[in-house]
Write a protein that binds this ligand. Structure first.
Ligand SMILES: Nc1ncnc2c1ncn2[C@@H]1O[C@H](COP(=O)(O)OP(=O)(O)OP(=O)(O)O)[C@@H](O)[C@H]1O
Ligand SMILES: [Mg+2]
Length: 328
């Protein structure tokens, strides 16, 4: 893995003001609240956390698909241009996104081969014959047959459609791929195959990848590093084995304890209190109302995400307290 960053995000903030609904009109939803992360070339960062914690919003912000309220994103050391800036369109060939639902990402009226080759046509990459050849190579890379280039999306299975979406994302030979729950809509029996394909192609092409999932087991299989999000913030970051076998943050401990067969003997930690609401963020450490070991200071002081070791970061005031080391 190359140790030069392809992506550097610093203090990303994004909120939405709701303009619908009798009870929610005018409310501000703090979807992402100060996310900072670095991704090296050829590295996969797994982004996990429960529904609504801001994973997808972070993914869109990283690619400049949404404007930032605050913070900055650098891609290959350059500040990410605004989406309306022609420079952003040029960058688009170097960074791609794969979404959860392959059917809505594909056009039902077009054969798969034409859709895979579309980015090559748009950016006029190679001659027509070279483009056709490239589509065939991409089909083979993602495990589809050459004749499947003529299939329409509805003629493929869910797993095959996601393979086609991946082939299209790879057509322009990107350096960065942001994948938002790319296997969550797939049958469990297919998920492992498709995750393996993502891992294989990531390695072969030395792609940098942000892999978003709510499923720690999926993220563990593919990631070089894992970042755990809670209410719009990263609360812990580390190597997959560290995060899964010795989680430091009480939220990560609860998340890990809910995953069967992580190889760690543990007691299930059931979180107390209401599920988090990004429209009403608790004071201090936002996890404190649900934290089994919170102290009075946790309601008052916002913890910083700080280094706990060379490879690990955590945001918890109590990290050095002995009872914080293990929940079991
Ligand atoms: N365009 C939008 N307008 C208003 N609120 C939004 C918008 N996009 C996201 N949100 C809110 O921001 C918060 C974070 O949403 P986001 O989709 O990033 O979460 P997520 O972690 O991807 O969730 P999931 O696992 O369910 O996909 C949620 O409360 C969501 O309702
Ligand atoms: Mg999402």
């Amino acid at each position: 893995m190359n140790q030069t960053p392809i992506l550097q995000a610093d203090g990303l903030v994004r909120s939405y003001t709701l303009n619908r609904g009798v009870f929610s009109k005018g409310q501000t939803v703090n979807a992402v609240n100060g996310v900072s992360l670095t991704l090296n070339r050829g590295e996969t960062l797994g982004l996990v956390g429960e529904s609504g914690c801001g994973k997808s919003t972070t993914g869109r912000l990283l690619l400049g698909l949404e404007p930032l309220d605050r913070g900055s994103v650098r891609f290959a050391s350059e500040l990410m241009p605004d989406i309306k800036d022609p420079k952003w369109k040029t960058l688009r060939t170097r960074m791609q996104m794969v979404f959860q639902d392959p059917l809505s990402a594909l056009d039902r009226r077009w054969p798969i081969g034409a859709q895979i080759g579309e980015p090559l046509d748009i950016h006029r990459i190679g001659t027509k014959a070279e483009r056709l050849e490239r589509v065939q190579a991409l089909l083979a890379d993602v495990g589809l047959r050459p004749d499947q280039a003529n299939c329409h999306p509805h003629e493929l299975s869910g797993g095959q459609r996601q393979r086609a979406v991946l082939a299209r994302a790879l057509a322009s030979d990107p350096e960065l791929l942001v994948c938002d729950e790319p296997v969550s809509a797939l049958d469990v029996s297919i998920q492992a195959q498709v995750v393996n394909l993502f891992a294989e192609l990531q390695q072969k092409r030395q792609l940098a990848m942000v892999f978003i999932s709510h499923d720690l087991r999926v993220v563990r299989r593919i990631s070089h590093r894992i970042a755990v999000m809670y209410l719009g913030e990263i609360v812990e970051e580390g190597l997959p084995d560290e995060v899964l076998h010795s989680p430091l943050h009480p939220y990560t401990q609860a998340l890990v304890s809910a995953v069967p067969h992580t190889g760690r003997k543990q007691k299930r930690v059931v979180l107390q209190g209401d599920p988090p609401n990004p429209a009403s963020r608790p004071s201090g450490c936002t996890f404190h109302p649900r934290c089994p070991v919170a102290r009075p200071m946790c309601a008052e002081i916002v913890p910083a995400l700080r280094a706990a070791s060379a490879s690990r970061k955590v945001s918890c005031h109590l990290i050095d307290a002995p009872e914080q080391k293990e929940v079991a």
